[in-house]
Design a protein around this ligand. Structure first.
Ligand SMILES: Cc1cc2nc3c(=O)[nH]c(=O)nc-3n(C[C@H](O)[C@H](O)[C@H](O)COP(=O)(O)OP(=O)(O)OC[C@H]3O[C@@H](n4cnc5c(N)ncnc54)[C@H](O)[C@@H]3O)c2cc1C
Length: 329
């Protein structure tokens, strides 16, 4: 039976939204391919089987569960071995993985093990003559390439927040199977994890991102960005200039050498809009730029531009957001 296999990423007992976007997209593609193409998922971890129902609600027909204490936390080698074995057993037509930090680490290793072509950071997939075609940005988002695969499986990583979630249908029928894979003899395992940003909105999955740049003048002013983000329930981002200057940690960096984000709303405060920054945020649905220089390149990609001083505008926006959101409660 032809199938599309997706990788399900989870944290703290919850599936990550990009995993559900990937299953939703696999369902859409499988329905277009026809021939009773199935959507299958691989779920790896310890005590993760109950998550299968959520994958099914978004489109999975069958969930392969690999439940092992040795694989309780993500470790590159062990997970890559398991996914590669499953691909060799099941021979899916396509394998779709979220373009998350974990997916970026896992997918190339799996592709190398199974000898598959991998297209990364895909923003669109279409079916042509029963095969997939992928669209992906190139040269820091200046142009897009349309890519086809030679052979199978056709492997791709999908950019988060780009592919829509299918509405959840809890009544969808599905099957859970124990994957027939070797999990023993891991050469490396994770012994402990320490979260640095506990409780904060994950940048790559956030629906709203507020980013600050060098226009903030110094780390003592970065709270202006954090306060607006808190008022909007948004994640905080930063330009590389700010990260390189040591104002905030690297995990806040948006751009070519940072994270790629596609939120519904991206607010850039005191960021000039260098091509390397645009590479990480230009696929945001609505971009608001605040900059005192009317000729700043960020305004070329912005849907709304505020020419003015961030030290005046950010506190006003924060107050307006607080008032407006409080009014809705
Ligand atoms: C290989 C490579 C990779 C890179 N990767 C990344 C990356 O991943 N992400 C990234 O961001 N950059 C990246 N860069 C760096 C990039 O080229 C820029 O240097 C950087 O994005 C600039 O950051 P910025 O916009 O905060 O600072 P600046 O370019 O200095 O811009 C500051 C802006 O703030 C405005 N401003 C100043 N004061 C105020 C005020 N009071 N009110 C309003 N506006 C004000 C100014 O008009 C200016 O437009 C990379 C560069 C290279 C070479």
């Amino acid at each position: 039976m032809p199938s599309i296999l997706t990788y399900a990423e989870h944290r703290d007992g919850t599936l990550r939204r990009p995993s559900l976007e990937v299953v939703s997209e696999a369902r859409r593609l499988a329905d277009q391919m026809g021939g009773d193409t199935k959507v299958e998922c691989v779920l790896i971890g310890s005590g993760v089987a109950p998550l299968a129902a959520t994958l099914a609600a978004h489109g999975a027909d069958r969930v392969h569960v690999v439940d092992a204490k040795e694989l309780a936390a993500y470790a590159t080698e062990g997970y890559a071995r398991v996914v590669a074995q499953l691909i060799s057993n099941e021979k899916p037509k396509a394998v779709l993985i979220p373009y998350s930090a974990m997916g970026k680490d896992l997918a190339p290793r799996v592709a190398a093990r199974v000898g598959a072509g991998l297209v990364s950071d895909v923003v669109k997939l279409t079916v042509k003559d029963g095969k997939l075609q992928a669209r992906r940005p190139m040269y820091a988002g200046k142009t897009f390439a349309t890519v086809e695969w030679v052979g199978e499986p056709q492997m791709a990583t999908l950019r988060p927040n780009v592919f829509p979630l299918a509405p959840a249908d809890a009544a969808r029928k599905f099957e859970t199977v124990t994957a027939d894979v070797e999990v023993a003899n891991q050469r490396a395992k994770v012994v402990s994890m320490q979260a640095t940003a506990a409780g904060k909105v994950e940048l790559t999955e956030a629906q709203i991102v507020v980013s600050g740049g060098r226009g903030l003048k110094g780390p003592e002013n970065f709270h202006l960005v954090e306060e607006l983000a808190a008022a909007l329930g948004a994640a905080v981002g930063a330009s590389r200039a700010v990260v390189d200057a040591g104002w905030v940690d690297h995990h806040y960096q948006v751009g070519q050498t940072g994270k790629t984000v596609s939120p519904s709303l991206y607010i850039a405060a005191g960021i000039s809009g260098a091509i390397q920054h645009l590479a990480g945020m230009s696929s945001s649905k609505v971009i608001v730029a605040i900059n005192k220089d009317a000729d700043a390149p960020i305004f070329k990609v912005a849907n709304y531009g505020l020419v003015g001083d961030i030290f005046e505008i950010l506190p006003k926006l924060t107050e307006a957001a607080k008032t407006s959101l409080a009014g809705r409660k």
